[in-house]
Design a protein around this ligand. Sequence first.
Ligand SMILES: Cc1cc2nc3c(=O)[nH]c(=O)nc-3n(C[C@H](O)[C@H](O)[C@H](O)COP(=O)(O)OP(=O)(O)OC[C@H]3O[C@@H](n4cnc5c(N)ncnc54)[C@H](O)[C@@H]3O)c2cc1C
Length: 331
Amino acid sequence: MEKDTYIIAEYIKGSIPGETLEMVTFAGELSPKKRPTIVLLGRDIAGPAQGLAEKTGCDIIAVMGENLELYNADTYRRALLDILLPLAPTWVCLPHTAMGYDLAPGLSVGLKAACITGVEAIQGRTFTRSAYAGKFLVDISPTSTSAVLTVLPGSFRPCRDFRGPVGRVTTVERSGSSPRSWTLEIKESPHRDSALKDAEVIVSAGRGIGKKENVDLLKRLATLFPRSAVGASRSVCDLGWLDYRHQIGTTGQTVSPKLYIACGISGAIQHVSGMKGSQTIVAINTDPSASIFRVAHYCVVEDLATFIPLLIEESGDLPPAGHRPPQPGWP
Ligand SMILES: Cc1cc2nc3c(=O)[nH]c(=O)nc-3n(C[C@H](O)[C@H](O)[C@H](O)COP(=O)(O)OP(=O)(O)OC[C@H]3O[C@@H](n4cnc5c(N)ncnc54)[C@H](O)[C@@H]3O)c2cc1C
């Protein structure tokens, strides 16, 4: 019998992020013959629910209520359990985002289901996630009949626009029960750097740069390109070599520039999930077995302290960035 799969969608600032569409692809692999049902929570979400039904062809349960306007773990979990418990789902899928990994454990307890987080790949009922900063891959199979799964953003392609019949939208009003806490406002962190989002070229620093002073080397490399910015791994931010607004990855920013130059970055999945959508990835690393080379298009096995100055020196023969004649593929 085909399994019942439910996706918990995200709805942020009036739009549904791409991670929700990736979940539709993931759910298709979980249960190929039956389209998943998407649960969307919010206040005035009739329009987005209809849009999602048209785009995905999935049935939508739109759960609407005053308390649900802004994400709150307590109110969302209670609303979801009210909906899901009578449906006895086999799979409940969430993106592995701040909302997803906050909600998943509570949902799995309420549903008496297994909880598997950070899923990157699937084979039958076996789910693969990475461990120890991407150095190991772990295969996990649930022994219970149902499971709550969080899926790492970027691991599956977003679903294409569905050309079949539009899904059915069911609206559920949820009001009343007084929440234990109330989310008053969600606002953008002042640490976020819009320069990273807009950059066509990102030169990114990892712990392999060795010391804070070497950030200048990367900045010099970045200035060779118009519309460029400097990014960083979390280790670099934790060390205080760059501010957290530069951090790229699961708990930083997600970027997809034309060119991403990873300098001394090992390629932990938490970093890769934030940059693997880049059009061209160049990685510079002394370790030929570094995980970053699995996603890089160009792999440079070199000491960055030697390679980058040479690269800058070589490009000194080029006219300044703004005056270069257009070249195919030149960012
Ligand atoms: C819940 C959670 C969330 C996280 N979120 C993020 C996130 O958003 N973003 C993020 O980046 N990380 C995140 N992390 C951390 C992540 O797991 C890794 O620890 C981190 O990305 C590693 O940073 P790194 O690659 O700079 O350092 P390392 O893993 O130490 O790698 C350094 C690399 O530099 C290379 N190297 C050394 N010397 C040189 C040299 N001279 N020249 C060239 N290469 C050299 C080494 O071979 C090595 O591959 C998160 C972790 C957790 C648990």
